[in-house]
Design a protein around this ligand. Structure first.
Ligand code: IFM
Length: 474
């Protein structure tokens, strides 16, 4: 593929406004991973191809009123057929790392038994190509695409799904492990458990708080078993999980608001971070789910499985949320968000670069010896193709500049940060929001499947080039 002609973009070192909020490149280690991330259902399309069977997202997105405009991932970015060209564009942006998920419903269509050889061949070809391009792959096993047959058997609230995931992880690591060193077990377990089973906004669309709590626990155990399975297949694998970490800030200095922020933190962050540290769930988390059966779900040995040592932790970070106590709020949270002030993304999420620094410093403090990666960070804006055929997304350039500066500040604070993966490489299917929200570095014209690197992509490319050109001690 010919990489499209490049629009004029400000160079990182002469961007406007003045670069005092630009990243200090010399603080990023020489081998820093400059990457972008995607997920299978959001980009692949080819829903019924080569033996793939439905996942919960196929079923959910085809249900009435589940997604904006009834959008589905049936075609998405057609990356299943266009990945070769997409990787060429990624290479042209100088990315040296790429995080993507393999589709469980493609690799093991019913959620049990041998892998689908066509899917194995597909992902092996992708991994081989990434290696040939010098792009380090980070393979995510689970980014929310549970095979529908497993949902029909109870889904994540059923303990059986944990064993199915362990089997899938083992078979996948055996099939692909010679081509990938870096593995991510689960992605944003909070979204799967609570948006999927609690609020019904994501697949499978269930609204059952107890089921959500059970799903959360089973995702934690599934993660630990997958770590073991990957290591068994490839002893030198580097394994972690990618969790959504929100920066919760109390609305005031009142003890009630501070307690509310703590409850949100327990719910959103510590439900998944806590058990990784060992010793089971923290007291705040157990308190939160006291009425919801969490304690009864924990089997002997689960605490150790959930705390299976990992090699890195992936931080997916998007926003700071200001939280106030609310007597009328639904228990057990009894809290509400204070709407963010501008600047906002088109999803209404706050733009507060210091929140990235806050969460990195905080997570590094909780996991002192663990390398961190920002496995997702990005923003949706109302991008459009201008009459010259360019996508001049200055808001995203500013966003990246300021968030990368915050990441650099965290490194200066002592955080062992090894990489940054912009969400996302491509505009894609943004779940319940369909195709309206555009997060990509690369614009996707869904009617033609044309790709146009946005100004932010070119800004990022230049930043990576400048970082690589820094003089290094011999
Ligand atoms: O698109 C999602 C991604 O799948 C998981 N993290 C958040 C992104 C933006 O909402």
């Amino acid at each position: 593929m010919t990489v499209p002609s490049l629009p004029p973009v400000p160079h990182p070192s002469d961007s406007d406004p003045a670069p005092d909020d630009s990243p200090r490149l010399d603080v990023f280690p020489a081998d820093f991973c400059w990457g972008a991330a995607t997920a299978a259902y959001q980009i692949e399309g080819a829903a019924g191809y080569d033996g793939r069977k439905p996942s919960i997202w196929d079923t959910f997105s085809h249900s009435p009123d589940a997604t904006l405009n009834g959008d589905t991932g049936d075609i998405a970015c057609d990356h299943y057929h266009r990945w070769h060209d997409d990787f060429d564009v990624a290479k042209s942006l100088n990315l040296n790392a790429y995080r993507f998920s393999v589709s469980w419903a493609r690799l093991q269509p019913t959620g049990r038994g041998p892998l689908n050889p066509l899917a194995v061949a597909h992902y092996r070809a992708q991994l081989e190509r990434l290696r040939a391009l010098g792009i380090r792959p980070f393979v995510t096993l689970y980014h929310w695409d549970l095979p529908q047959e497993l949902e029909d058997a109870g889904g994540w609230p059923a303990r059986e799904t944990v064993d199915r995931f362990a089997e899938y992880a083992a078979r996948t690591a055996e099939a692909l492990g010679d081509l990938a060193t870096d593995w991510i077990t689960t992605n944003e377990s909070w979204c799967q458990a609570f948006l999927g089973y609690g609020e019904g906004k994501h697949a499978p669309g269930r609204r059952d708080w107890r089921a959500a709590v059970a799903a959360a626990h089973h995702l934690n155990v599934a993660h630990g078993l997958a770590v073991r399975a990957i290591r068994a297949a490839r002893a030198d694998a580097s394994v972690g999980t990618a969790q959504l970490i929100v920066d919760f800030v109390p609305a005031s200095s009142s003890p009630a608001d501070a307690a509310a922020a703590r409850r949100w933190d327990a719910y959103h962050n510590q439900t998944f971070l806590g058990p990784l540290r060992g010793g089971g769930y923290p007291a705040d988390v157990l308190d939160l789910y006291r009425e919801d059966g969490l304690a009864e779900l924990i089997r002997p040995g689960d605490d150790a499985v959930m705390a299976e040592p990992i090699d890195f932790l992936g931080v997916n970070h998007y926003q700071q949320v200001v939280v106030a106590h609310d007597d009328d709020g639904t228990p057990p949270l009894r809290a509400r968000d204070i709407p963010a002030e501008p600047a906002l993304t088109s999803l209404g999420w706050s733009v507060k670069p210091e929140s990235l620094r806050n969460v990195l410093v905080r997570v590094a403090g909780e996991f002192p010896d663990l390398p961190l990666y920002v496995t997702e960070s990005g923003a949706s804006f109302d991008d459009y193709v201008d009459p010259d055929g360019n996508v001049l997304d200055q808001e995203r350039v500013d966003y990246l500049r300021r968030y990368l500066a915050a990441a650099g500040d965290a490194i200066k604070d002592g955080v062992d940060l090894r990489g940054y993966f912009a969400w996302s490489l491509l505009d894609n299917f943004e779940w319940a929001e369909g195709y309206r929200m555009r997060f990509g570095l690369i614009y996707v014209a869904y009617d033609t499947q044309a790709r146009i690197p946005k100004a932010s992509a070119l800004w990022y490319r230049d930043l990576i080039t400048d970082h690589a050109a820094l003089p290094r001690p011999a």
